[in-house]
Design a protein around this ligand. Sequence first.
Ligand SMILES: [Zn+2]
Length: 247
Amino acid sequence: MKNLEFFNRNQIHDFISENRLMAIIPTGSVEQHLNHLFIGMDINSATKIAEDLANKFSDNVLFYKPLNAGIAEHHMAFPGTISLRVNTFIGVLTDVVESLVRGGINKILFINGHGGNVEPMKTAMRNISLQMKGIYENIDLSKLKTHYDYEELLNKDSDIDIRFTSYWEMHNFKIIKNIIKDQSYPGHAGEYETSVALYLFPELVDNHARVSNALDTESDASKEKGEIIYNDAIEQYSKLINEMLEG
Ligand SMILES: [Zn+2]
């Protein structure tokens, strides 16, 4: 895996200039996950997916993790939860995107593991994406008549490609709907997420607490389901990465 932080100045310069390149950034949360899952489940699952993809595509992918915590005010009743203010979270990630684009890395894929980050990030990344295209691409604006034309032109003619995804969206749902009984993706510490934890972090799942839980859906979880979910997410992400690298 190529971690951006482990390059020296010459190496990163050469890697950027010699390769079709993208950066993968995991985002997640540090928050309570009932009694049976660990507090860092969301950031650690997103990081594991991002690391595996960075390994698989190591000729073209840079890995960088700027933050562990996310937006988790709705979990603050439970100690150990760390919540960033929306402005803090969005501000840091917006600055990271701009830094990467200014350094010549035009393709950026966020792999998110926490539901609370989704709404703010969708809006923020759409905005920063347009902003980066507007500032750093030399697009001919002389014939534009409306702001719709402006957005269309930026989206069509730019090499800058910034995407925010959550791993539970990256599925062949014909497969996933067949195995997850409660049909809740990702849910919160329920069947889907507990299955992922049983596959990736079995030593961090408390099986006694699992069967007497407040949300009452996690007893259908299994390591086998987690493996199917995980492999399917990696497969769908691989298609997306190939598409972004070729674009
Ligand atoms: Zn979670």
